[in-house]
Design a protein around this ligand. Structure first.
Ligand code: R2B
Ligand code: URA
Length: 309
């Protein structure tokens, strides 16, 4: 083929693959994904992960294991759910489960924890030469003016100043990255929710903070430097800017996926309405059911994409 043919092919070939934006990786003979206990020399990553199309991340290891079991059931895959084992067994930092084209991974709490995992996960997807991958975060959040149990599909992931950006300090300088998520995937998720019609789902902005207590305007932490009125004023400002829920990972999740050319969406259930309180006092069984809602919505999305329904 002449040069133009070749470059056309290159463009076609890379368009649906992830873009690891790091020239240093090309010069490395081996890449050790330390916190996942995987590596390019120790594992055949294309064979292990090449068929992955849906990558789902969430905070808790147990919840991501139940999600994997739930998806196994929903996709009617062969074999027993007892055979779904933790691929990252050799490390207790994160847990990872693979069921058919779905990968389910835990990320812990907060931006630093999820960002370490995402660096290694995005390289994993790259090394495994996965195509057309969509990345989802399913999680919990505090609702802003919503009934508890409402599912929020994130429109914009915003920081604590309501800006759709993530700031990363690199070599002592602040780098600002856009947190833009995939509009098409979010629309498809809302369409799925209206088909399911079994719990309230809205689209809205998600505020990401670096703390659960003071950082989210809670009055019940070990420290509190503001009044009840200050808290309510901040929440009202958040609401007026379009914020409907608060959690702790969406901005860096959006920023890293956007920078690497990965389609991404955030689906979080609200555990409480922050205008009514700060403590999570809802009974355990109710919270359990709430936490399944993002999983049910995502399972429906995956089944539709796979042409199973
Ligand atoms: C939601 O829940 C966790 C805090 O309880 C945090 O990881 C988040 O984003
Ligand atoms: N997760 C959060 O980050 N905040 C809440 O209020 C609830 C869950």
């Amino acid at each position: 083929p002449d040069q133009s043919e070749y470059s056309k092919h290159e463009v076609f070939h890379t368009a649906d693959q992830v873009h690891v934006k790091n020239p240093h990786l090309d010069t490395m003979e081996e890449d050790i994904l330390y916190h996942l206990n995987l590596g390019t020399k120790t594992h055949n990553l294309p064979e292990m992960f090449g068929e992955i199309k849906f990558v789902c991340v969430g905070g808790s290891a147990n919840r991501m294991k139940s999600f994997a079991q739930f998806i196994h059931q929903e996709l009617d895959l062969p074999g027993s759910i007892d055979d779904i084992t933790d691929i990252c067994e050799g490390t207790d930092r994160y847990s990872m489960y693979k069921v058919g084209p779905v990968l389910s991974i835990s990320h812990g709490m907060g931006c630093p924890s999820i960002s370490i995992m995402l660096h290694e996960l995005i390289k994993l997807v790259h090394h495994a030469r996965c195509h057309n991958v969509v990345l989802f975060r399913i999680g919990t959040s505090g609702g802003v003016g919503l009934a508890p149990g409402t599912v929020v599909v994130t429109d914009k992931a915003v920081d604590c100043f309501f800006r759709p950006q993530f700031e990363q300090v690199v070599l002592g300088k602040v780098i600002i990255r856009s947190t833009e998520l995939d509009v098409g995937v979010s629309k498809e998720l809302l369409q799925c929710s209206s088909e399911l019609n079994n719990f309230p789902t809205v689209i809205g902005n998600t505020m990401c903070t670096h703390d659960f207590y003071e950082g989210q305007g809670r009055l019940d932490g070990a420290l509190c430097s503001f009044s009840t009125e200050d808290k309510l004023e901040y929440l009202r400002k958040a609401y007026n800017s379009g914020v409907r829920n608060i959690e702790m990972e969406s901005t860096v999740f959006g920023a890293m996926c956007h920078a690497c050319g990965i389609k991404a969406a955030v689906i979080c259930v609200t555990l409480l309405n922050r205008f009514d309180g700060d403590q999570i006092s809802t009974p355990h069984d109710v919270l359990e059911e709430y936490q399944q809602r993002p999983q049910v919505l995502l399972a429906h999305f995956i089944k539709k994409r796979l042409g199973l329904i």
